[in-house]
Design a protein around this ligand. Structure first.
Ligand code: GLN
Length: 192
């Protein structure tokens, strides 16, 4: 299986390591491709890492803002699993800070909403991946998902949704690549 990671910014090598570990545990041979653009995409799954969503949006929407969204719509329509973490989730959202972006996930997101005191924090959350499991979630200047208009809630924390899934698209407000827990990656790879 070939998994593409958008390598514009963010925790690319950490995601890569987790994908290899998850693949090993599943007995699945995983090849990871670092993507600098989205032309000629030929992977079985896509990860959009965290980083800074404004910078990432500038890079992905550079010439034509619809190009990136159309690319995501096309591959998700083909059933390719897509996972966005933190800023990656922001790029997948339809609504961000009250603005309409027409992303794949019909959710309403507020950026940097945990406040200065809690710019970064870690919490054990209950994550629902075919049954509930504890997961140590690391939040870094995380967004909050204020409303899920369509999709399944995989986890919430303090009354806010922190993980969501709509068919083959997953969005997380936290950083699974910074843990040693491969559960989310195995779940993601099994969607292929
Ligand atoms: N605060 C960042 C943003 O709004 C996201 C942070 C992250 O990806 N860790 O883009």
């Amino acid at each position: 299986m070939k998994v593409g990671i958008f390598a514009l910014q963010g925790d690319v090598s950490e995601h890569k390591k987790m994908l290899h570990n998850a693949g090993k545990e599943l007995g699945m041979a995983i090849k990871v491709v670092e993507l600098r653009d989205f032309e000629n995409f030929n992977c079985d799954a896509l990860i959009i890492p965290g980083g800074e969503s404004t910078a990432m949006r500038r890079l992905t929407h550079d010439k034509d803002s619809n190009k990136f969204l159309n690319f995501l719509k096309k591959i998700s329509g083909e059933g390719i699993p897509i996972m966005g973490t933190c800023a990656g989730l922001i790029l997948l959202a339809k609504n961000v800070d009250g603005k309409f972006y027409d992303g794949l996930l019909d959710i309403e997101v507020k950026r940097n909403d945990y406040g200065r005191q809690r710019e970064s924090f870690e919490e054990d959350i209950d994550l629902n991946l075919n049954g509930t499991t504890k997961f140590h979630a690391i939040f870094i200047r995380a967004p909050v998902i204020e409303k899920v208009n369509k999709g399944e809630i995989l986890a919430d924390f303090e009354g806010k949704v922190v993980a969501v899934k709509d068919e083959n698209v997953i969005g997380l407000t936290f950083h699974p690549e910074l843990t040693n827990n491969t559960k989310i990656y195995k779940y993601f790879l099994n969607l292929i």
